[in-house]
Write a protein that binds this ligand. Structure first.
Ligand code: ADP
Length: 268
């Protein structure tokens, strides 16, 4: 059993991934797909005249500012369009994919971050109208139900709050939590770089293997959203996943090549 997260960054063609996932499924593998959609959301935000905004947490982690309008745009772009295009592409390859968000069947519940601390002009400010959440629970029963009936879940990273609101949740963290909840054999985080790089500007500086106990020493190497991938990898390994592979989505066989250890492999 495998959880694959497809990055949402620009420049990723998901056809090779879909073809690769389809052949793994046809050979008997059980796969759950999780996706973000940052590029699709950015594109739609610009088209609608409501450009995306980001902020940095006091510890330097970059996040999207998700006010209500941004959340609605993200739902349109990620859950509405990207999720359905992925489902259609999988169906075209003979895979019976079911697209769903974390809201459907309470697949993912989360706690809304009602006061988010952010850096602004050298000061720390508090954002109170953000609709993003901290994952609390994964309904693994629903995922198992689908997998047992030979459906392939394609999960768009939104969650349901205690108050019944839609929340944006980080797709890398969703993938990690889903992998832990269903006791997956591996978690593959596909992105637009070959893995964790010692120097992000030089793709030949791939760090190929990291033990979970050594992850903290790479915190400064990972910038921006790569920090969240390391956090997700840590959560997954701590939750019992025996390997997390951060790998390149642009390869010919992105998932198979990741499983063949091409990328950064994080192990217990
Ligand atoms: P995705 O949408 O695939 O989740 P992100 O854009 O969020 O991807 O994260 C991947 C990006 O992280 C890379 O494109 C790269 O610019 C950036 N990054 C920062 N630090 C590193 C690093 N040390 N190694 C690799 N990528 C890094």
């Amino acid at each position: 059993m495998l959880v694959v997260k497809l990055g949402g960054a620009a420049g990723i063609d998901f056809q090779p991934l879909v073809a690769d996932v389809a052949s793994l499924i046809h050979s008997g593998e059980k796969v759950v797909l999780v996706h973000g959609g940052s590029a699709a959301a950015d594109e739609l935000s610009h088209k609608l005249g409501y450009p995306p905004q980001h902020f940095f947490s006091p510890s330097g982690v970059k996040s999207r500012y998700t006010d209500k309008k941004t959340l609605e745009i993200m739902l349109m772009a990620c859950a509405g369009q990207l999720n359905k295009l992925l489902v259609a592409a999988l169906q075209a390859q003979g895979v019976n994919a079911v697209g769903l968000t974390g809201l459907d069947g309470q697949l993912i519940t989360a706690k809304r971050k009602k006061a988010v601390r952010a850096q602004k002009d050298g000061r720390v400010i508090v954002i109170r109208d953000d609709y993003s959440g901290q994952i609390e629970h994964i309904n693994s029963g629903l995922i198992q139900l689908l997998l047992q009936a030979d459906y392939v879940p394609v999960i768009s990273s939104f969650a349901l709050s205690e108050e019944g609101e839609a929340l944006n949740v980080d797709a890398d963290r969703v993938a990690a939590q889903v992998a832990v909840a269903i006791k997956a054999d591996a978690l593959v985080l596909l992105t637009n770089v070959p893995g964790l790089l010692q120097n992000p500007a030089d793709h030949s500086t791939l760090i190929d293997r990291i033990a979970e106990s050594a992850l903290a020493s790479y915190e400064d190497v990972a910038q921006g959203k790569m920090k969240k991938k390391l956090l997700a990898a840590k959560e997954a390994v701590a939750g019992g996943i025996s390997q997390v592979i951060i790998a390149d989505a642009r390869k010919k066989l992105p998932v198979s090549q990741a499983l063949a250890q091409e990328g950064t492999v994080i192990t217990p």
